[in-house]
Design a protein around this ligand. Sequence first.
Ligand SMILES: C[S@@+](CC[C@H](N)C(=O)[O-])C[C@H]1O[C@@H](n2cnc3c(N)ncnc32)[C@H](O)[C@@H]1O
Length: 269
Amino acid sequence: MKPFLKWPGGKYRQVDRIGKQLNGGLRLVEPFVGSAAVFLNTDYRRYLLADNNLDLINLYRQLQEEGQTFIDYCRNYFSGKLNQSEAYYQLRKKFNLSRNRRLKSALFLYLNRHGYNGLCRYNQKGTFNVPFGRYDQPYFPEKEMQFFHTKSRNALFINAGFHDTMKQVRKGDVVYCDPPYAPLNTTARFTDYSSGGFNWQQQVELAEWANKLSRKGIQVVISNHDIQSISDLYQQRGANMDQFRVRRTISCHADNRVKVGELIAVFEP
Ligand SMILES: C[S@@+](CC[C@H](N)C(=O)[O-])C[C@H]1O[C@@H](n2cnc3c(N)ncnc32)[C@H](O)[C@@H]1O
């Protein structure tokens, strides 16, 4: 099943490939859950799903708790008259000012489907600032939300940075990590997820966690760009590598579709 959110770096098209690498286990832990493509397309008994984007996690909790009532509430924001530039900027402002979790979550979905390219970007002050997307008829993902709600019975959602999530990993868990990509070149930006970005030091710390947990008997799988610095980082810490190419939109330009190298690093116990 497809995720109900558009998400930069979403792995929906790679779920079979990733799933083949994941060992069986009682619980799958995802420290960078994003649109949750791997959660939705695997079959573990339980899930610990984390992300440092609070708006994303609040939306998942709201849908988990309320199900269809919340879905019906969200549908109100998908009427044609709200698919206009003026309405979009008003609702974006409302989202940025609101402290009401239910309203904010519905607006987060609205912004995701009506904003430019499904981007999720905040300024330094934490204000969501993606421009209007100009789509003819944004899709309301009802069946995808219903599927998510049903599956979320077995999930715990937490708003956490990856260090805190990794500290909660236990024997019997399997960990799938999909961090923000390391940039293909030094001029590429890769901070389009939530304020804060993800730097080289964090890529190194994540690889250290993977190595440490695998030595404790826990499998860790990481997706990233297939660039020399990243494959060296993982290989030096004992990972096996699945390297392949995908057609993908890079940077913010929808017409900028090129084939880029991706890898899945597997840190076996
Ligand atoms: C490549 S996306 C994950 C995509 C996901 N696998 C999917 O299929 O949609 C990376 C995610 O990591 C989150 N993130 C960025 N920095 C983080 C950090 N330090 N700790 C935890 N999550 C982080 C972002 O909010 C984003 O949702």
